[in-house]
Design a protein around this ligand. Structure first.
Ligand code: PBG
Length: 324
């Protein structure tokens, strides 16, 4: 009891604080999301994501080399699909020579050891901006998972190390795993967006890819932010179906879910600090209302402390510069 015990003794200097520190951010913690567009010599800033860019394949090479040299060794690829290639079935998603499939090869060419993860979902390819095939205003489940499995297979064939289904259809992990096994892609991993909420924080990302839903919302497939048990149920099912890594998304508002899962499962957990979380910090710090660097590190540390084994973050480069 006080005065024998004084917690402040462990806070008296930076040296003692660093000795008892429980969580540290390192370059190994990050998945770096990358947005890819058709064209040449394009590096265009995303309006709602200051200092974050879409790259054409030639400039993607430069970016990937820079990431590798900084110690950032995993990327998560997304593509912006031209309007004329969009349809209801997401046909372009399974084009072996599509932008995603070429992007995978581009990354592997310049940095063969870079871990390449790919987003698997129909929304950037869908004329309706939905993650699945639409009929009578509904998102069809099983028709969609069949296409997602084909899509994942084209990514594996192009050289992806992990496919990352972000669509929230039922049974898609099983369909993807089964097809990959049948085709001999035993080592291609699956990172499942397993507890993905129907969040308003995805707005800037949908600007980046021009992928906002054309009608309605995503609440019939993404999870209700009010639910907690459901996240465990979803995640346990994805693990049974063959997910190697599971994910909670978004980050900051959902750290209770991360901790619940950490206590319940023994599979690596990824957390996605999403576009809206990025935009909030950028906007507030542009106004001088928040200390950008301090808030970035505090949030990343909190995500890891909650139980994340890895973090998909638009702040990966900033964070690595801050800790080196
Ligand atoms: C696509 C997908 C989305 C995000 C990742 N994959 C958007 C969505 O589900 O509408 C969001 C990422 C972010 O906001 O940073 N299925």
């Amino acid at each position: 009891m006080y005065p024998l015990k004084r917690n402040r003794r462990l806070r008296t200097s930076e040296v003692i604080r660093s000795l008892v520190r429980e969580t540290a951010i390192t370059p190994n913690d990050f998945l770096v999301p990358l947005f890819v567009v058709e064209g040449k010599n394009i590096k265009e800033e995303i309006a709602s994501m200051p200092n974050y860019y879409r790259f054409s394949l030639d400039l993607l090479e430069k970016e990937v080399k820079e990431l590798w040299n900084m110690g950032l060794k995993s990327v998560l690829l997304f593509v912006k699909v031209p309007d004329n290639l969009k349809d209801n079935a997401g046909t372009e998603a399974i084009n072996a020579h599509g932008l995603m499939q070429r992007a995978i090869k581009t990354v592997k060419n310049v940095a063969p050891e870079m871990l390449v993860m790919t987003d698997v979902a129909l929304d950037p390819y869908s004329s309706f901006g939905h993650d699945g095939v639409v009929a009578d205003g509904k998102i069809l489940n099983d028709e969609t998972t069949a296409i997602l499995a084909e899509m994942a297979l084209t990514h594996a064939k192009a050289g992806a190390d992990f496919v990352a289904p972000s669509d929230m259809m039922d049974g898609r992990i099983f369909e993807i795993r089964t097809l990959l096994e049948d085709e001999g892609y035993h080592d291609t991993g699956i990172m499942s967006y397993s507890a993905k909420y129907a969040s308003a924080f995805y707005g800037p990302f949908r600007d980046a890819l021009d992928s906002a839903p054309g009608f309605g919302d995503k609440k019939t497939y993404q999870m209700d932010p009010a639910n907690r048990d459901e996240a465990i149920r979803e995640t346990l099912m994805d693990i049974e179906e063959g997910a190697d890594i599971v994910m909670v998304k978004p980050g900051l508002c959902y750290l209770d879910i991360v901790r619940d899962l950490k206590n319940e499962i023994h599979v690596p957990i990824a957390v996605y600090q999403v576009s809206g979380e990025y935009a909030m910090i950028k906007a507030a710090s542009e106004k001088g209302w928040l200390d950008h660097d301090a808030v970035v590190m505090e949030q990343l540390t909190a995500i890891k402390r909650a139980g994340a084994n890895m973090i998909a973050s638009y702040f990966a480069k900033d964070a690595v510069k801050l800790i080196s």
